[in-house]
Write a protein that binds this ligand. Structure first.
Ligand code: IDP
Ligand code: MG
Length: 164
């Protein structure tokens, strides 16, 4: 039997402040993904660096600083989700990084519309509502960064009998 995966989702400060928590969590539950960890946290500079440890290297200081400010503007809600190919499936559900290009039906496409051009022109971060691990390796690193062993749970959902 192929193993299931665990992946990290963050509801970013704009999602929490806009009161979208329930609707966004509902989408993952509706797809049969199992919540195996859940917490609220206000990220500080040090923890933001650990979470986005390679972002500055990938996109430069301007993008890193804008993103770090955005991620610390209010609390985030972290979810550890389990399911079949959970990493790729959750990425599919959130849509591409820039909401203006994210397909309708995805979280970023349905709840935001900001473009890369606008973010660059204003020096703003992309307010794109959610983070999700981008690869299986990233998911493993982020799961242990955000959730101690005793904060990660094993239990059975009703849905998994049919969806896993
Ligand atoms: P992802 O969130 O879709 O995985 P990444 O490329 O890993 O996208 O970038 C992480 C985050 O950094 C993005 O979600 C976004 O908040 C921010 N970011 C990435 N590229 C840009 C940019 O060009 N301008 C502003 N913010 C950016
Ligand atoms: Mg990423």
């Amino acid at each position: 039997m192929a193993a299931t995966e665990r992946t990290l989702v963050l509801l970013k400060p704009d999602a929490v402040a806009r009161g979208l928590t329930g609707r966004l969590v509902q989408r993952f539950e509706d797809a049969g993904l199992k919540i195996v960890g859940l917490k609220m946290k206000h990220m500080d500079a040090d923890f933001t660096r650990k979470h986005y440890f390679d972002l500055e290297e990938r996109f430069g200081k301007g993008v890193y600083d804008a993103t770090a400010t955005y991620m610390q503007q209010g609390p985030v809600i972290a979810l550890l989700l389990e399911g079949v190919d959970a990493v790729a499936n959750v990425r599919r559900m959130i849509g591409t990084t820039f909401p203006a290009q994210a397909a309708p039906g995805t979280i970023r496409g349905d709840f935001a519309h900001m473009s890369k051009t606008y973010a660059e022109g204003t020096g703003k971060a992309i307010a794109n509502l959610v983070h999700a691990s981008g690869s299986v390796d990233e998911a493993k690193y982020e799961a242990q960064l955000w959730f101690a062993d005793e904060e990660q749970f094993d239990y059975q959902t009703l849905a998994e009998r049919y969806v896993f």
